[in-house]
Design a protein around this ligand. Structure first.
Ligand code: ADP
Length: 397
């Protein structure tokens, strides 16, 4: 009962082999610099021992071949043959409007994913390359696509239609899609389990705060709104991404500041967010340290980050007609007590009482609200690969 999870980027390939009996990782690995100088594979086993292979890796097919050879290697391998892998789950960023759940990959699916490439030009082509490489090397193994957008397939029209010419939606599919769906789904189910409640009876706000950040409102197990939009650039400010801004800033930058469209895109995706405001770093640890030492712009970056998250939480509470639990996940959400405390400020009037002692936790599933808190708060470590593996297994069984 072993499932291989593949997450393919343009020049990288992350993988994990998971034992579905105990849901534990057997190995995880990263192939970097595919098609470039200095390519290598780094595989870590369950006790953290690293095995590194440095060699030319021309393309994704070579990368998948190297992964399979390493997994079955006599010395460092963890399986005797590829037949032990019952299915491969592929992380695919964009499933468009058609796929609101995971799906077994066939020719028709690949064709539609190609169509979706214009919606996610940085991600979908790489994901498809990874799928094709696996198909050619494992022709008898079932492949499943698990989409970052799928969990948001339940958004109502009023949440996903932008207030622009409706024909732009009809003709070009310009709408809110939402991302981080696999993570939001996983942590929402985990928190329900931890609370001993049926997810159908809960109103959950899930704050996935990492380099990329998004917040989702999940009512009765269905996502009813999320902060990311047509692309992962929308919503709250992030490490290097601006989040929502007045759209008129874009033509202003082109007409008055000498930016080309590519430069605008680069500025908003790579040079904005807490990096842009602070000028210090996109890493929240560096910004928190700088702020502690008195750096005013680092403090301002954090203040804006927290303020905008609180604003989204507030709006979701109103649109869900209440909230039972607010949870934090991903790098910052799981590890920064300061961020959690600041993001929950102002919610005391709803009966949310943060337990400052419990809130010191890092990276562990735990309640951080007081016992008599009416609205609960939790830290829930995410595990997107395990979610992909579970969805894969459920489909191929
Ligand atoms: P992504 O998967 O989006 O690349 P992660 O979920 O791994 O991102 O989160 C990365 C972020 O988590 C980084 O900005 C990092 O600074 C932040 N982070 C990790 N540990 C801590 C910590 N102890 N305190 C604050 N931020 C942290």
């Amino acid at each position: 009962m072993k499932t291989l999870i593949i997450n393919c980027g343009s020049s990288s390939l992350k993988y994990k082999l998971i034992n579905m009996v105990d849901e534990k990782d057997i190995v995880s690995g990263l192939v970097e610099r595919i098609g470039l100088d200095g390519a290598k594979l780094v595989q870590k086993n369950e006790i953290g021992e690293k095995h590194i292979i440095e060699k030319e890796i021309k393309n994704h097919k070579d990368a998948v071949e190297l992964v399979l050879n390493t997994l079955t290697d006599i010395k460092v391998g963890v399986i005797k043959s590829m037949d032990e892998i019952i299915a491969v789950g592929h992380r695919v960023v964009h499933g468009g409007e058609k796929y609101s759940s995971s799906i077994i990959i066939d020719e028709e699916v690949i064709e539609y994913l190609n169509e979706c490439s214009k919606l996610a030009p940085l991600h979908n082509p790489a994901n498809i390359t990874g799928i094709k490489a696996c198909q050619s090397l494992m022709p008898n193994t079932k492949m499943v696509a698990v989409f970052d957008t799928a969990f948001h397939g339940t958004l109502p029209e009023k949440a996903y239609i932008y207030a622009i010419d409706y024909n732009l939606y009809k003709n070009h599919k310009i709408r809110k899609y939402g991302f981080h769906g696999t993570s939001h789904k996983y942590v929402a189910h985990k928190v329900s389990e931890a609370m001993g409640k049926d997810i159908k009876d809960l109103k959950i706000i899930s704050c996935h705060l990492g380099n990329g950040a998004s917040i989702s409102a999940i009512k009765g197990g269905e996502c009813i709104d999320t902060t990311m939009g047509f692309t992962p650039l929308a919503g709250v400010p992030m490490g290097t991404r601006s989040g929502n801004i007045d759209p008129s800033i874009i033509p202003f930058l082109v007409e008055n500041c000498g930016y080309s469209i590519e430069e605008v895109s680069e500025a908003l995706n790579k040079k904005s967010g807490v990096l842009g405001i602070s000028g210090v770093s996109s890493d929240f640890r560096d910004i928190e340290n700088a702020a502690l030492k008195g750096d005013k712009r680092a403090q301002l970056a954090l203040d804006i980050f927290h303020y905008r998250i609180r604003a989204e939480i507030g709006s979701f509470i109103v649109n869900m007609g209440g909230v039972d639990v607010i949870l934090f996940t991903a790098g910052v959400g799981e590890n920064s007590p300061e961020t959690r405390e600041e993001c929950l400020k102002g919610l005391e009037f709803l009966g949310l009482k943060l337990d400052k002692e419990k809130n010191k936790v890092r990276g562990k599933l735990s309640e951080i609200s007081k016992e008599d808190s009416i609205v609960k708060a939790y830290v829930v470590p995410t595990n997107e690969e395990l979610m992909i593996a579970k969805e894969t297994l459920a489909l191929v069984k």
